[in-house]
Design a protein around this ligand. Sequence first.
Ligand code: LLP
Length: 421
Amino acid sequence: MIDTAASTHDTWDGVDLHTLADRLGTPLYVYSASAIRDRVSSLQTALRGTDHLICFAVKANPNRGVLAFMHSQGVGADIVSAGELWRARQAGIPAEHIVFSGVGKSEAEIAEALRQGVLRFNVESHDELLLLQHIAQAQSVVARAAVRINPDVDALTHAKISTGKAENKFGVSIEEARRWFAQRDALSHVQLDGLHVHIGSQILSLEPFRQALQRVAALWRELVGQGHPIASIDVGGGLGVCYREGHDRPIDAAAYVALVREALAGFEGRLLFEPGRYLVGEAGVLLTRVIRLKQGNERTFLVIDAAMNDLARPSLYDAWHDIAPVAGDARSMISYDIVGPVCETGDTFAKARALPACAPGELLMIRSVGAYGASMASTYNSRPLAAEVLVDAGRYAVVRQRQSFEDMVAGEQPANHWETA
Ligand code: LLP
């Protein structure tokens, strides 16, 4: 688990969390710039001497302040929609640092990404390949493409975030990829010279990566042997992080990069990486206050002011997130069910979790929420989106204002203008 240089329970990256919560209210997402910087540099250091580009998976945390910070660290973007493309460009990330992944790219999205000149399309179906050719021809440009391989390996992670098994919707089989390359010359406006693989998320063991990379490496060697040059290999994201201290054992980035280098030994093209969670997951905490304690017949509930609309992972994937009082004083431990105010039993962050005895008003932090936290938030139960703040060595900057009720309903209107269709 990240412990940024100046982080104790009371502070995060040198900023006092009680002060932040008093000034900005709760629930509040707090991201440590130092922690993100450390993660970027650990990857970059391990990759020294290779031609590489790290493309942050925008879906993990699309906040424009976070994306601009990524850009300042020399990181590009892995996008999956026109909205993510727009955000990345707004944040200053140049098109040539952007790769476009996703199984359902629409015609309009492909056209826009081509107009902007994105670095590469990670193509996931033959239909998409033909559409890309068609649109590129119409725009009189040549699209650079990689085929996303589905290597049929088990990422040994939660079923809902596994993407590299044959039964999953992602990528194409190695046999199909071979056929694409065999017919490559028919593609007048697509330069098919890349391979891409992404087998899933929150992966905590090297073995699935090894298997996937070995299959991709074998295909790369075979294709080169057949006269198909491969200019880039995109190894996706997926590196897991620690959600439960003393329990989760994330892979060391250096060991992961060593594995990539070993599997792709002799490859002289460009290596692309698409980490999301690894760069931002542990950098984020969600500050929340206890609203009240409720004694049920069987359980003691700690009702907090964050809910499943703010952080969906526990209700969606039964995900564990460490939770602790910000004030680190010694107290007796109590077993709580930690729940939010939303009207669903699924709005539960933890069951029978031992926590120091809490009183109403107590400030808590939910840890490792920097990835897929705010990015998956909704306004369910008409709860406005939480504020987000970036902290860096004792200073902070609000990167998302707390949503107002007016902003929450923006675009909605009474049905007072009827048309026929
Ligand atoms: N590249 C592609 C093509 C992806 O689909 C993803 C994530 C990534 C990269 C980044 O993966 P990461 O490095 O973050 O593992 N909402 C889920 C995670 C969904 C991941 C989707 N794809 C969660 O909260 O666990």
